[in-house]
Write a protein that binds this ligand. Sequence first.
Ligand code: SF4
Ligand code: SF4
Length: 288
Amino acid sequence: MARTCNLYCVYCHNPPTGEKRDILKTAAALKKRGVKAVSLEGGGEPTAGGDFFDWIKALKAAGVRRFMLSTNAVALADAAFCRKAVREIEYFTVNFPSHREDVYAKITRSVKFRMALKGLLNLKALGAEEKIRFFHIISAGNYRLLPEFAVWAARNFPRAAFVNFTFVRNKGRALKAARIVPRYTQAAPFIKLALAALKVNGRKAVVQNIPLCVLKDFEGFSFEFQRWRRGDKVLEDGIDPKAPCAACARCTLKDACCGARPDYLKVHGAAEMKASRKDPLAITPERF
Ligand code: SF4
Ligand code: SF4
C-alpha cells in the first residue's frame, strides 16, 4: 500500500517506487480471498501517503478485522493521528535503528529522530506500549551500540512486546552502500550482549537473518530456528533460498538455520560459516 517514505534509510531493501495501488481493487481482491488479517507494510512507509485511514476504512469494509503496521513511527508524533491509529492497529512494528540521535540521522539520512521518538512515546502514553515491536536492523552504523540499545529499550519501553534484531540485507539501496554490511564475526559479540541484556531484564528478543554458527550458544534466539521448532518453513515467503556452501553441507544445524545468505556472500564470502555438530533438538528456544 505504501508508495513513498518520510525517511531515506541507507539500508532500505524495499524502497518506495511512487507507484500507487488502487485501494478499492486491493480491498475487493482481499474480500474475494476472505482475508481477515493484514500487515500494512512494504515499498515505503504506509503512514506517509496521506491515505492511511482510507486504506483501513476500505479494508475493514472488505472484511479485514486485524491490522498490523510496519512503520518508522514518525507520523505517530502527531498525537491525534497516533490516537486514531491505536484504535485500529493491533501491533506496531517500529523500524527504529538507533536510540542515539546522531546515529539515527546517519542511518535514516533525516532529522526526524525526535519525531520518531515522540511517536513511540505517544504510543506509550496512549496505553499501547504492549503493541510495540521494535525492529532494529543491525548494520555497520549501529552494531557496536546494540547492547546499549537493548538496555535503553528495556528501561524506556519495559512493556513493549519484543525486540527483533535483523541483520541488514544487502539488497535494494544497500547494494549501493555494501560497506554498511558488517562482518558477522564483528557484530556477533555485540548481538549476544544485547540479547543477554534483554533476557536479564525479562524482555523478549529475537534475532533474524544470521546463521546459527555465528550465534554459537545463543541459537535459541534465532527467528529461523524458532520457525523450524514450530514446524514452519525455516525461511519466510519472499526470502532468498540458502546459498550453496561447503560448511552448511556438513552441518547438523542446516535444517534449522537460515543458512548462507546469498546477498551476504557477495560482500564477505563464506569463510565465517562453520559446520556444527550440535543436535538442533538440544537447543532451547528463548521466549518470543
Ligand atoms: S527502511 Fe522503511 S523507513 Fe527506511 S526508507 Fe525504507 S521504507 Fe522508509
Ligand atoms: S554452517 Fe551453514 S547451516 Fe551450519 S550453522 Fe552455519 S550457516 Fe547454518
